[in-house]
Structures are given as C-alpha cells and as structure tokens.
Design a binder for this molecule. Structure first.
Ligand code: SAM
Length: 266
C-alpha cells in the first residue's frame, strides 16, 4: 500500500467520503438554534473552515445566503464543484479564519466538527474577534469543539468506515503523545486507509497540532470577544438535551450570541 504523509484536507475526494454522512442532523440543529435563539431574521451565514462544503451547501439549499471560507484551495475547489452540481449559490473565499472576515455583516457564524482547534491560541483569539466583527448586533455564533480536562488527556481513538461509488475509506483519528509540543496543544493523527474501485490501496497520514481547551477556557476565550453562551449541547445535536456550562469534557456544540452593540466595521 502506498503511504502519503500530508494534509488530509488536500485530498478532498477522500476526505469528503470519510465525512460523507448525511448533514441533516447537524443542519437541522443549526436551523433549530436559529429559530430558538435568533434575534431578528437569520438570512446571511458565514461558515469559516468550510472544508468540502458539506454544511455550507446544505444550508444554502435550505434558503440561506452562504459565505464559505477555507484555507486549503483543493477543499474549496471541491466545494465549488459540489455547489455547482447541486445548483447551490455559495460565495467561496480562500481565507484564513484568523485573518479575514466577510465585508458585509452576517446574521450567524457556523463552524462544526472541531475545526476551531486547528488555530493555535493567539490565532484563535483573532478568529473569534473576526467572527464578532463579521456579525451584526445580536448575531449568533455556533461552534463545534472538543473540550478537555487539565492536565491534557489524550482522547480515545475514533474510527469509522464510509463508502461512496465503490471507494472505501477507513478513518482513524487519535491523539499522539509527542514530546516537546506546544503547551496547551495535542497532536492529532488522522489516518485514512483507502481502497479504490480498481482495488488499489492508499493510506494518507496527517498529523495536526491542535489547541486544547477546557470548557471554561473556551467560554473565556469567546466571552473575551463579546459572546455569551445561550446553550451547549453534545454531538447528539439535540437542543432539548443541553449539557452543563462548566466541567464537561468531550465534543460540544456551543450556541452563543454577540452580546454587545453592533461591532461590525465595514
Ligand atoms: C474538520 S475540517 C472542516 C469540516 C467542515 N467544517 C465540515 O463540517 O464538514 C477543517 C477545515 O479547516 C480548514 N482550516 C484549517 N485551518 C484553517 C484556517 N486557519 N483558516 C481557515 N480554514 C482552516 C481546513 O483546511 C479544513 O478544511
């Protein structure tokens, strides 16, 4: 089997199979949160870290005006093509979430499945400030993030198998204990083992240094940019089953509102 050590986001054809489950539950949660917590209508939505466009396109198909941004050109190309195939109108931007914000005010910023931890702490601060800058007054921020305890523990391995059009992708994600990494981070290894239609095999191994926050640290970070948590749920994506606002470890989805007066600066 051929092995590539690289950035798995640069292989969107395989990445998108690995994460190719129906986004309906996630998007349904986002829409329920818009209805329950939105102050005024929610129409324009910005998705930083949009990857292959799973969520942005599904939201566009539900009638929202979408701006999707990602730092990897190959992921955006994939998203652009998929949007065209679906007839979905999304504005795509090649942009670093810590350095860019849309130049028109949005009603909500949405980023799911733990993308936020790609940013080291200083960049994360800048990104949250950019989310606040891009939102209109009382706009919503919905963030999926895996929060942990101190001292930093390694998370249990997750693994799953997905298949599309005869291409099978087995994915494993786990934390590595590596000496000398930046305090407050873990190294997460993703391994995709791929079997193509013709039976050929390939594996892609990607190590990412990921920031690690306790729930309290994450809430402090977002409060610093003016966001107040409205509810926090786990990956069951069920607004009727909130989790406590403190002391939780695991995957969360936080729904927050920008608490200050308008911060949008054109
Ligand atoms: C877990 S994937 C995205 C998943 C996507 N949010 C979804 O729900 O399908 C994380 C994405 O973040 C992107 N990314 C990493 N660092 C970034 C940065 N500084 N700015 C923007 N995008 C970034 C990666 O290229 C990758 O596509």
């Amino acid at each position: 089997m051929r092995t590539i050590y690289g950035n798995w986001y640069e292989y969107p054809r395989y990445y998108d199979i690995a994460f190719g489950w129906d986004p309906d539950v996630e998007v349904g949660f986002v829409e329920d949160a818009f209805h329950k917590f939105g102050v005024g209508p929610i129409k324009r939505v910005y998705e930083p870290f949009c990857g292959t466009g799973r969520i942005a396109i599904a939201l566009a198909e539900r009638g929202y005006d979408l701006i999707g941004a990602d730092i990897v050109p190959a992921a955006l190309d994939f998203a652009r093509q998929r949007a065209a195939d679906h007839g979905a109108a999304v504005r795509w931007e090649l942009a670093d979430a810590s350095a860019w914000s849309p130049n028109e005010p949005v009603d909500a910023v949405v980023t799911l499945i733990d993308s936020f931890r790609h940013l080291p702490p200083e960049a994360a601060k800048a990104a949250v400030a950019n989310f606040a800058k891009s939102l209109r007054a009382n706009g919503l921020l919905i963030v999926g993030v895996d929060v942990g305890d101190r001292p930093i523990e390694v998370t249990p391995e997750e693994h799953w198998t997905m298949e599309r059009d005869g291409v099978v992708v087995q994915t494993a994600v786990f934390d590595l204990r590596k000496p000398g990494i930046t305090p407050g981070t873990t190294v997460t290894r993703a391994r995709m083992a791929i079997r193509e239609r013709d039976g050929s095999e390939l594996e892609i191994i990607c190590d990412d240094e990921m920031a690690r926050y306790t729930l309290d640290e994450f809430l402090r970070l977002t409060r610093g940019a003016g966001f107040e948590p409205l509810t926090i749920c786990d990956r069951r994506y069920d607004l009727r089953r909130p989790i406590p606002l403190s002391g939780y470890a695991g995957d969360i989805v936080a729904v927050m509102r920008l608490g200050r007066a308008a911060t949008f600066v054109a």
